[in-house]
Write a protein that binds this ligand. Sequence first.
Ligand code: T4K
Length: 383
Amino acid sequence: MQHVEPFSQPVYITQPLLPDIDKVMEKIGQIWKSKHLTNNGMMVCRLEKELGEYLKVKYLSLFSNGTMALQLACRILKLSGEVITTPFTFAATPHALVWNNIKPVFCDVENETLNIDPQGIERLITPKTTAILPVHVYGNPCAVEQIQQIADRYGLKVIYDAAHAFGVEVDGKPIGAFGDISMFSFHATKVYHTVEGGGLAFCSPILKEKADLLRNFGIKSEDSIVESGTNAKLNELQAAMGLLVLELVDEEIRNRKKVANQYRDALKDIPGLTFFKDISGVRHNYSYFVIRIDRKQFGRSRDEVCEELKRYNVFSRKYFYPLCSQFECYRDLPSAAEGSLPVAEKAAGEVLALPMHGRMSTDTVDRICRIIRQIQLTAGKKI
Ligand code: T4K
Protein backbone atom coordinates (compact mmCIF):
# COMPACT_ATOMS: atom_id res chain seq x y z
CA MET A 1 0.00 0.00 0.00
CA GLN A 2 1.25 3.45 -0.93
CA HIS A 3 2.26 5.62 2.05
CA VAL A 4 -0.40 8.26 2.84
CA GLU A 5 0.77 11.75 3.77
CA PRO A 6 -0.94 13.99 6.36
CA PHE A 7 -3.39 16.64 5.11
CA SER A 8 -1.77 20.07 4.74
CA GLN A 9 -4.86 21.74 6.29
CA PRO A 10 -6.84 20.44 9.28
CA VAL A 11 -9.87 18.31 8.46
CA TYR A 12 -12.44 18.86 11.22
CA ILE A 13 -15.35 16.69 12.29
CA THR A 14 -17.64 19.04 10.40
CA GLN A 15 -17.95 22.37 8.60
CA PRO A 16 -21.04 24.55 8.91
CA LEU A 17 -23.28 24.79 5.87
CA LEU A 18 -22.67 28.35 4.64
CA PRO A 19 -24.98 30.16 2.20
CA ASP A 20 -23.63 32.51 -0.45
CA ILE A 21 -22.35 35.64 1.35
CA ASP A 22 -24.15 37.98 -1.10
CA LYS A 23 -27.47 36.35 -0.22
CA VAL A 24 -26.67 36.76 3.48
CA MET A 25 -25.92 40.45 2.94
CA GLU A 26 -29.18 40.89 1.04
CA LYS A 27 -31.14 39.36 3.94
CA ILE A 28 -29.24 41.48 6.46
CA GLY A 29 -30.14 44.53 4.32
CA GLN A 30 -33.82 43.65 4.80
CA ILE A 31 -33.33 43.44 8.57
CA TRP A 32 -31.53 46.82 8.58
CA LYS A 33 -34.40 48.39 6.71
CA SER A 34 -36.96 46.96 9.13
CA LYS A 35 -34.88 47.98 12.18
CA HIS A 36 -36.45 44.97 13.91
CA LEU A 37 -33.60 42.85 15.29
CA THR A 38 -35.34 40.49 17.67
CA ASN A 39 -38.60 39.74 19.59
CA ASN A 40 -40.54 37.78 17.00
CA GLY A 41 -39.71 39.79 13.91
CA MET A 42 -40.59 38.91 10.31
CA MET A 43 -37.60 36.57 9.77
CA VAL A 44 -38.38 34.47 12.86
CA CYS A 45 -42.08 34.27 11.96
CA ARG A 46 -41.24 33.20 8.39
CA LEU A 47 -38.69 30.65 9.54
CA GLU A 48 -41.06 29.15 12.09
CA LYS A 49 -43.61 28.60 9.33
CA GLU A 50 -41.15 27.27 6.73
CA LEU A 51 -39.34 24.99 9.16
CA GLY A 52 -42.62 23.64 10.50
CA GLU A 53 -43.56 22.72 6.92
CA TYR A 54 -40.15 21.17 6.23
CA LEU A 55 -40.23 19.12 9.43
CA LYS A 56 -43.90 18.28 8.78
CA VAL A 57 -44.85 19.08 12.37
CA LYS A 58 -48.12 20.67 13.45
CA TYR A 59 -46.70 23.25 15.85
CA LEU A 60 -43.13 24.54 16.10
CA SER A 61 -41.48 27.19 18.28
CA LEU A 62 -37.96 28.50 17.77
CA PHE A 63 -35.41 29.17 20.53
CA SER A 64 -31.96 30.65 21.05
CA ASN A 65 -30.44 27.14 21.21
CA GLY A 66 -31.39 23.51 21.66
CA THR A 67 -30.41 23.40 25.33
CA MET A 68 -32.76 26.23 26.31
CA ALA A 69 -35.48 24.58 24.21
CA LEU A 70 -35.01 21.30 26.10
CA GLN A 71 -35.02 23.03 29.48
CA LEU A 72 -38.26 24.77 28.59
CA ALA A 73 -39.81 21.55 27.26
CA CYS A 74 -39.46 20.04 30.76
CA ARG A 75 -41.01 23.14 32.23
CA ILE A 76 -43.90 23.22 29.75
CA LEU A 77 -44.83 19.65 30.69
CA LYS A 78 -44.36 20.45 34.42
CA LEU A 79 -41.95 17.56 34.86
CA SER A 80 -40.55 16.92 38.33
CA GLY A 81 -39.01 14.14 40.43
CA GLU A 82 -37.16 11.67 38.18
CA VAL A 83 -36.85 11.36 34.42
CA ILE A 84 -35.42 8.29 32.71
CA THR A 85 -32.84 9.13 30.08
CA THR A 86 -29.76 7.80 28.33
CA PRO A 87 -26.14 8.25 29.42
CA PHE A 88 -25.00 8.05 25.76
CA THR A 89 -25.63 11.65 24.77
CA PHE A 90 -24.27 15.17 24.87
CA ALA A 91 -24.09 16.92 28.26
CA ALA A 92 -27.09 19.11 27.45
CA THR A 93 -29.57 16.22 27.80
CA PRO A 94 -29.19 15.46 31.55
CA HIS A 95 -28.22 19.06 32.30
CA ALA A 96 -31.63 20.24 31.03
CA LEU A 97 -33.25 18.01 33.64
CA VAL A 98 -31.07 19.21 36.49
CA TRP A 99 -31.81 22.85 35.60
CA ASN A 100 -35.43 21.92 36.29
CA ASN A 101 -34.55 20.30 39.65
CA ILE A 102 -35.21 16.87 38.14
CA LYS A 103 -33.03 13.85 38.88
CA PRO A 104 -31.77 12.07 35.75
CA VAL A 105 -32.07 8.28 35.92
CA PHE A 106 -29.77 6.60 33.42
CA CYS A 107 -30.97 3.63 31.42
CA ASP A 108 -28.68 1.48 29.27
CA VAL A 109 -28.78 1.60 25.46
CA GLU A 110 -29.40 -0.88 22.63
CA ASN A 111 -26.25 -2.10 20.95
CA GLU A 112 -27.58 -1.66 17.39
CA THR A 113 -28.50 2.03 17.60
CA LEU A 114 -26.96 3.18 20.91
CA ASN A 115 -30.38 4.66 21.70
CA ILE A 116 -32.15 4.04 25.04
CA ASP A 117 -33.10 0.38 25.44
CA PRO A 118 -36.86 0.13 26.01
CA GLN A 119 -36.27 -3.21 27.78
CA GLY A 120 -34.43 -1.36 30.55
CA ILE A 121 -36.90 1.46 31.11
CA GLU A 122 -39.65 -0.27 33.10
CA ARG A 123 -37.51 -1.46 35.98
CA LEU A 124 -36.27 2.13 36.54
CA ILE A 125 -39.79 3.56 36.94
CA THR A 126 -40.63 4.66 40.51
CA PRO A 127 -43.53 6.68 41.94
CA LYS A 128 -41.36 9.78 41.34
CA THR A 129 -40.91 9.17 37.59
CA THR A 130 -42.69 11.76 35.45
CA ALA A 131 -41.21 11.24 31.98
CA ILE A 132 -38.83 9.50 29.59
CA LEU A 133 -36.23 11.57 27.73
CA PRO A 134 -34.75 9.46 24.92
CA VAL A 135 -32.25 10.76 22.35
CA HIS A 136 -32.25 9.87 18.63
CA VAL A 137 -28.48 9.43 18.74
CA TYR A 138 -26.66 10.33 15.48
CA GLY A 139 -30.14 10.81 13.97
CA ASN A 140 -31.03 7.09 14.19
CA PRO A 141 -34.62 6.86 15.46
CA CYS A 142 -35.35 5.37 18.89
CA ALA A 143 -37.77 2.46 19.37
CA VAL A 144 -40.59 5.01 19.34
CA GLU A 145 -43.53 2.57 19.44
CA GLN A 146 -42.20 0.59 22.40
CA ILE A 147 -41.30 3.75 24.30
CA GLN A 148 -44.79 5.18 23.78
CA GLN A 149 -46.39 1.94 24.98
CA ILE A 150 -44.39 2.09 28.22
CA ALA A 151 -45.22 5.78 28.67
CA ASP A 152 -48.93 5.12 28.15
CA ARG A 153 -48.91 2.19 30.56
CA TYR A 154 -47.40 4.29 33.37
CA GLY A 155 -48.88 7.69 32.50
CA LEU A 156 -45.50 9.22 31.66
CA LYS A 157 -44.66 12.06 29.29
CA VAL A 158 -42.09 11.58 26.50
CA ILE A 159 -39.73 14.32 25.35
CA TYR A 160 -37.43 13.35 22.49
CA ASP A 161 -34.01 14.95 22.25
CA ALA A 162 -34.00 15.08 18.45
CA ALA A 163 -30.96 17.38 18.35
CA HIS A 164 -29.37 15.15 15.68
CA ALA A 165 -32.53 14.15 13.85
CA PHE A 166 -33.39 17.10 11.60
CA GLY A 167 -35.54 15.89 8.70
CA VAL A 168 -35.47 12.23 9.75
CA GLU A 169 -38.61 10.23 8.97
CA VAL A 170 -39.77 6.75 10.01
CA ASP A 171 -42.04 5.00 7.49
CA GLY A 172 -43.02 8.41 6.15
CA LYS A 173 -43.80 9.79 9.61
CA PRO A 174 -41.72 12.83 10.64
CA ILE A 175 -39.49 12.29 13.67
CA GLY A 176 -40.98 15.34 15.39
CA ALA A 177 -44.41 13.71 15.48
CA PHE A 178 -43.42 11.18 18.16
CA GLY A 179 -43.81 11.76 21.91
CA ASP A 180 -45.26 14.87 23.54
CA ILE A 181 -42.43 17.20 22.48
CA SER A 182 -39.34 16.86 20.28
CA MET A 183 -36.34 19.16 20.55
CA PHE A 184 -34.18 20.00 17.51
CA SER A 185 -30.80 21.69 17.71
CA PHE A 186 -29.87 24.21 15.02
CA HIS A 187 -26.27 24.62 16.17
CA ALA A 188 -23.61 25.46 13.56
CA THR A 189 -22.27 21.89 13.72
CA LYS A 190 -25.62 20.35 12.79
CA VAL A 191 -26.94 19.27 9.36
CA TYR A 192 -29.26 22.28 9.46
CA HIS A 193 -28.42 25.37 11.50
CA THR A 194 -29.23 28.95 12.42
CA VAL A 195 -25.68 29.53 13.81
CA GLU A 196 -27.08 28.80 17.29
CA GLY A 197 -30.71 27.85 17.65
CA GLY A 198 -33.24 25.24 18.57
CA GLY A 199 -36.82 24.23 18.03
CA LEU A 200 -39.60 22.42 19.86
CA ALA A 201 -42.19 20.45 17.93
CA PHE A 202 -45.54 19.87 19.61
CA CYS A 203 -48.71 17.99 18.86
CA SER A 204 -50.91 20.51 20.69
CA PRO A 205 -51.42 24.27 20.17
CA ILE A 206 -51.67 24.74 23.95
CA LEU A 207 -48.08 23.55 24.38
CA LYS A 208 -46.86 25.92 21.66
CA GLU A 209 -48.69 28.83 23.24
CA LYS A 210 -46.99 28.07 26.55
CA ALA A 211 -43.57 27.74 24.87
CA ASP A 212 -43.97 31.09 23.13
CA LEU A 213 -44.76 32.72 26.45
CA LEU A 214 -41.91 31.05 28.33
CA ARG A 215 -39.25 31.99 25.76
CA ASN A 216 -40.22 35.67 26.15
CA PHE A 217 -40.34 36.21 29.94
CA GLY A 218 -43.97 35.03 30.13
CA ILE A 219 -45.13 38.32 28.60
CA LYS A 220 -48.66 37.97 27.25
CA SER A 221 -49.19 41.65 26.61
CA GLU A 222 -47.60 44.91 27.72
CA ASP A 223 -49.44 44.85 31.02
CA SER A 224 -49.87 41.13 31.56
CA ILE A 225 -47.01 38.77 32.55
CA VAL A 226 -48.54 35.34 33.11
CA GLU A 227 -45.56 32.95 33.51
CA SER A 228 -42.11 33.16 35.12
CA GLY A 229 -40.49 32.77 31.73
CA THR A 230 -36.98 33.43 30.54
CA ASN A 231 -35.24 34.88 27.51
CA ALA A 232 -34.72 32.08 24.97
CA LYS A 233 -35.58 33.82 21.72
CA LEU A 234 -34.03 33.35 18.32
CA ASN A 235 -33.11 36.70 16.78
CA GLU A 236 -33.64 38.06 13.27
CA LEU A 237 -30.02 37.54 12.13
CA GLN A 238 -30.11 33.89 13.18
CA ALA A 239 -33.47 33.41 11.49
CA ALA A 240 -32.20 35.02 8.27
CA MET A 241 -29.32 32.53 8.25
CA GLY A 242 -31.84 29.75 8.92
CA LEU A 243 -33.99 30.74 5.93
CA LEU A 244 -30.96 30.60 3.63
CA VAL A 245 -29.59 27.35 5.05
CA LEU A 246 -33.01 25.76 4.62
CA GLU A 247 -32.70 26.29 0.85
CA LEU A 248 -29.50 24.21 0.90
CA VAL A 249 -30.35 21.44 3.33
CA ASP A 250 -31.86 18.87 0.94
CA GLU A 251 -28.78 18.95 -1.28
CA GLU A 252 -26.59 18.77 1.84
CA ILE A 253 -28.37 15.59 3.02
CA ARG A 254 -28.06 14.04 -0.49
CA ASN A 255 -24.34 14.82 -0.51
CA ARG A 256 -23.86 13.48 3.02
CA LYS A 257 -25.47 10.20 1.93
CA LYS A 258 -22.83 9.92 -0.81
CA VAL A 259 -20.06 10.58 1.73
CA ALA A 260 -21.50 7.96 4.12
CA ASN A 261 -21.70 5.40 1.33
CA GLN A 262 -18.14 6.12 0.23
CA TYR A 263 -16.91 5.65 3.82
CA ARG A 264 -18.88 2.41 4.16
CA ASP A 265 -17.55 1.04 0.91
CA ALA A 266 -13.94 1.90 1.67
CA LEU A 267 -13.97 0.67 5.29
CA LYS A 268 -16.18 -2.39 5.00
CA ASP A 269 -13.52 -5.11 4.99
CA ILE A 270 -11.30 -3.74 7.77
CA PRO A 271 -11.25 -6.24 10.65
CA GLY A 272 -12.40 -4.81 13.97
CA LEU A 273 -14.13 -1.83 12.43
CA THR A 274 -17.93 -1.54 12.21
CA PHE A 275 -20.41 1.23 11.42
CA PHE A 276 -24.15 1.89 11.35
CA LYS A 277 -26.17 0.78 8.34
CA ASP A 278 -29.21 2.56 6.96
CA ILE A 279 -32.44 1.27 8.54
CA SER A 280 -35.16 0.20 6.14
CA GLY A 281 -38.09 2.66 6.07
CA VAL A 282 -36.03 5.46 7.63
CA ARG A 283 -35.14 8.70 5.86
CA HIS A 284 -31.71 9.34 7.35
CA ASN A 285 -29.96 12.70 7.54
CA TYR A 286 -26.37 11.42 7.87
CA SER A 287 -25.62 13.77 10.78
CA TYR A 288 -22.51 11.87 11.79
CA PHE A 289 -20.41 9.05 10.37
CA VAL A 290 -19.43 6.98 13.38
CA ILE A 291 -17.20 3.91 13.43
CA ARG A 292 -16.75 1.44 16.28
CA ILE A 293 -13.28 0.10 16.86
CA ASP A 294 -12.73 -3.27 18.49
CA ARG A 295 -9.21 -2.91 19.88
CA LYS A 296 -8.37 -6.61 19.76
CA GLN A 297 -9.46 -7.18 16.17
CA PHE A 298 -8.33 -3.82 14.80
CA GLY A 299 -5.01 -3.86 16.60
CA ARG A 300 -5.35 -0.35 18.02
CA SER A 301 -7.72 1.22 20.49
CA ARG A 302 -10.20 3.95 19.62
CA ASP A 303 -8.12 6.44 21.63
CA GLU A 304 -4.97 5.51 19.73
CA VAL A 305 -6.74 5.90 16.38
CA CYS A 306 -8.11 9.29 17.45
CA GLU A 307 -4.61 10.45 18.46
CA GLU A 308 -2.96 9.02 15.32
CA LEU A 309 -5.52 10.73 13.10
CA LYS A 310 -4.51 14.07 14.63
CA ARG A 311 -0.96 13.45 13.38
CA TYR A 312 -2.46 13.32 9.89
CA ASN A 313 -4.35 16.58 10.57
CA VAL A 314 -7.68 14.74 10.87
CA PHE A 315 -9.78 15.76 13.90
CA SER A 316 -12.28 13.06 14.74
CA ARG A 317 -14.49 13.17 17.88
CA LYS A 318 -15.36 10.61 20.56
CA TYR A 319 -19.11 11.34 20.56
CA PHE A 320 -20.15 10.28 23.27
CA TYR A 321 -17.22 9.68 25.59
CA PRO A 322 -17.25 10.12 28.52
CA LEU A 323 -20.76 8.91 29.17
CA CYS A 324 -22.92 11.45 31.01
CA SER A 325 -23.13 8.92 33.86
CA GLN A 326 -19.34 9.24 34.22
CA PHE A 327 -19.39 13.05 34.59
CA GLU A 328 -18.27 14.32 37.99
CA CYS A 329 -21.71 15.85 38.55
CA TYR A 330 -23.61 12.60 37.86
CA ARG A 331 -21.36 9.68 38.75
CA ASP A 332 -22.69 9.43 42.32
CA LEU A 333 -26.26 8.82 41.14
CA PRO A 334 -27.38 5.24 41.85
CA SER A 335 -28.24 4.68 38.16
CA ALA A 336 -24.70 5.76 37.18
CA ALA A 337 -22.95 3.00 39.15
CA GLU A 338 -20.10 1.45 37.20
CA GLY A 339 -21.17 -1.75 35.49
CA SER A 340 -24.88 -0.90 35.50
CA LEU A 341 -24.79 0.48 31.95
CA PRO A 342 -22.65 -2.17 30.24
CA VAL A 343 -23.70 -1.59 26.61
CA ALA A 344 -23.23 2.17 26.85
CA GLU A 345 -19.93 1.79 28.72
CA LYS A 346 -18.51 -0.50 26.03
CA ALA A 347 -19.74 1.71 23.18
CA ALA A 348 -18.28 4.86 24.77
CA GLY A 349 -14.85 3.24 24.57
CA GLU A 350 -15.20 2.25 20.92
CA VAL A 351 -17.02 5.01 19.01
CA LEU A 352 -15.27 7.55 16.83
CA ALA A 353 -17.06 10.13 14.69
CA LEU A 354 -15.13 10.79 11.48
CA PRO A 355 -15.26 14.08 9.53
CA MET A 356 -18.66 14.40 7.88
CA HIS A 357 -20.37 17.09 5.84
CA GLY A 358 -21.82 17.33 2.40
CA ARG A 359 -19.01 19.32 0.87
CA MET A 360 -16.24 16.78 1.57
CA SER A 361 -14.53 15.76 -1.67
CA THR A 362 -14.26 12.09 -2.64
CA ASP A 363 -10.46 12.54 -2.47
CA THR A 364 -10.68 13.67 1.17
CA VAL A 365 -12.88 10.74 2.19
CA ASP A 366 -10.66 8.33 0.26
CA ARG A 367 -7.54 9.69 1.97
CA ILE A 368 -9.07 9.48 5.46
CA CYS A 369 -9.96 5.82 4.79
CA ARG A 370 -6.43 5.07 3.53
CA ILE A 371 -5.01 6.77 6.65
CA ILE A 372 -7.17 4.53 8.85
CA ARG A 373 -5.84 1.44 7.01
CA GLN A 374 -2.30 2.76 7.39
CA ILE A 375 -2.86 3.32 11.14
CA GLN A 376 -3.96 -0.30 11.41
CA LEU A 377 -1.03 -1.64 9.39
CA THR A 378 1.47 0.33 11.45
CA ALA A 379 0.08 -0.86 14.79
CA GLY A 380 3.02 -1.15 17.17
CA LYS A 381 5.39 0.64 14.75
CA LYS A 382 6.42 4.32 14.58
CA ILE A 383 4.95 6.19 11.57
N1 T4K B 1 -28.69 17.18 22.76
C1 T4K B 1 -27.79 16.55 22.00
C2 T4K B 1 -27.91 15.08 21.79
C3 T4K B 1 -26.76 17.28 21.39
O1 T4K B 1 -25.83 16.64 20.65
C4 T4K B 1 -26.69 18.66 21.59
C5 T4K B 1 -25.61 19.44 21.02
C6 T4K B 1 -27.68 19.28 22.39
C7 T4K B 1 -28.66 18.49 22.97
C8 T4K B 1 -27.69 20.76 22.67
O2 T4K B 1 -28.01 21.53 21.53
P1 T4K B 1 -27.44 23.06 21.41
O3 T4K B 1 -27.74 23.76 22.70
O4 T4K B 1 -25.95 22.98 21.13
O5 T4K B 1 -28.21 23.62 20.24
C9 T4K B 1 -20.83 20.34 19.54
C10 T4K B 1 -21.97 21.34 19.56
O6 T4K B 1 -21.61 22.55 20.21
C11 T4K B 1 -23.23 20.84 20.16
O7 T4K B 1 -24.27 21.62 19.60
C12 T4K B 1 -23.49 19.38 19.79
N2 T4K B 1 -24.64 18.85 20.45
C13 T4K B 1 -22.29 18.53 20.12
C14 T4K B 1 -22.51 17.08 19.78
O8 T4K B 1 -21.20 19.00 19.36
P2 T4K B 1 -18.42 20.41 20.52
O9 T4K B 1 -17.94 20.90 21.84
O10 T4K B 1 -17.98 19.08 20.05
O11 T4K B 1 -18.20 21.49 19.35
P3 T4K B 1 -16.88 22.20 18.83
O12 T4K B 1 -17.01 23.66 19.04
O13 T4K B 1 -15.69 21.53 19.38
O14 T4K B 1 -16.99 21.95 17.26
C15 T4K B 1 -16.60 20.74 16.63
C16 T4K B 1 -15.85 21.06 15.35
O15 T4K B 1 -16.74 21.63 14.41
C17 T4K B 1 -14.71 22.05 15.48
O16 T4K B 1 -13.53 21.37 15.78
C18 T4K B 1 -14.64 22.70 14.12
C19 T4K B 1 -16.07 22.61 13.61
N3 T4K B 1 -16.78 23.89 13.74
C20 T4K B 1 -17.44 24.20 14.92
C21 T4K B 1 -18.08 25.40 15.04
C22 T4K B 1 -18.83 25.73 16.31
C23 T4K B 1 -16.73 24.79 12.69
O17 T4K B 1 -16.12 24.52 11.65
N4 T4K B 1 -17.39 25.98 12.83
C24 T4K B 1 -18.08 26.33 13.94
O18 T4K B 1 -18.69 27.41 14.00
O19 T4K B 1 -20.02 20.46 20.67
